[in-house]
Design a protein around this ligand. Structure first.
Ligand code: DGL
Length: 271
């Protein structure tokens, strides 16, 4: 494996930039190729077969860019398609489910974890399986929160509107027994709502809740796989990112808030 080859990252659209942000912090010397399937977003409302088909297309595009590894930043794609992608790919594939599951288990004191994500991610029960594979005794409560995606994209991350949506979802989750002590953000968009979710969860639930964003855990896992496969690049900084999308609409403008830095040179591709 060419250690100077880029790392491929794909998502259904812009949300995966929250994962890329953590990757850039953890691995500043690596080059990345980011693919956002903005023409076919959202994945969270689609069937398993459709998400698997789209994810295969994304993998094939990244293979053509000669990447040394593929990071499936999209939770819905990881939840539905990771086994199929792993079988097909000649290079290592890292998803977000297992690192997120591990991180949530680490934080939970009472072994009760709430997983919030898209309808697809929750329906797949992938997080439940991943958590139970590592810690069978943990109680897992999956809760779809589909409205958080448009809120994050439109910049509604605080104020009356997001507060009432958060109250709607977390209020219902708090009424389910047993109450959770750890809230895992199992969607690329939810880190933008981190402060609000953390604050409101601690106000709504009876006991303190730890809110877990898995992006850092994913970046650590990527770093571990690079070490294990001896494919990390020697450079310590100065890595570049090439951005590809399947539809150009507002990617740079919205994406900046997800990545935390300006984005330029985005290319539109047919995959
Ligand atoms: N990227 C998706 C995820 O993390 C959220 C947006 C979508 O539904 O495509 O599940």
């Amino acid at each position: 494996m060419d250690s100077m080859a880029p790392i491929g990252v794909f998502d259904s659209g812009i949300g995966g930039l929250t994962v890329l942000r953590a990757l850039l912090q953890q691995l500043p010397g690596e080059d990345f190729v980011y693919l956002g399937d903005t023409a076919r977003v959202p994945y969270g409302t689609k069937s398993a077969n459709t998400v698997i088909k789209y994810s295969m297309n994304n993998l094939e595009f990244l293979e053509r860019q000669r990447v040394k590894m593929v990071v499936v930043a999209c939770n819905t794609a990881s939840a539905y398609a990771l086994p199929a992608l792993g079988e097909l790919s000649p290079v290592p594939v890292v998803g977000v489910v297992e690192p997120g599951a591990l991180e949530a288990i680490r934080f939970s004191r009472t072994q009760t974890i709430g997983v919030i994500g898209t309808r697809g991610t929750i329906k797949s029960r992938a997080y439940e399986r991943a958590i139970h594979a590592l810690a069978p005794e943990v109680h897992v409560m999956g809760w779809p929160c589909p409205l958080f995606v448009p809120l994050a994209e439109e910049g509604f991350v605080d104020g009356e509107i997001p507060r009432s949506v958060v109250l709607h979802y977390l209020g219902a989750l708090a009424r389910a027994e047993p109450q959770i002590d750890t809230l895992l953000l199992a969607c690329t968009h939810y880190p933008l709502l981190y402060d609000l979710l953390d604050h409101m969860a601690n106000a709504i639930f009876d006991a303190p809740v730890t809110t877990v964003d898995s992006a850092t855990a994913v970046a650590r896992e990527v770093s571990t796989v690079l070490d294990e496969t001896h494919s990390g690049c020697d450079r310590k900084e100065g890595g570049q990112v090439d951005y590809f999308v399947t539809d150009l609409t507002r990617f740079e403008e919205i994406g900046e808030r997800f990545l935390g830095q300006p984005i330029s040179g985005v290319q539109q591709v047919d995959i």
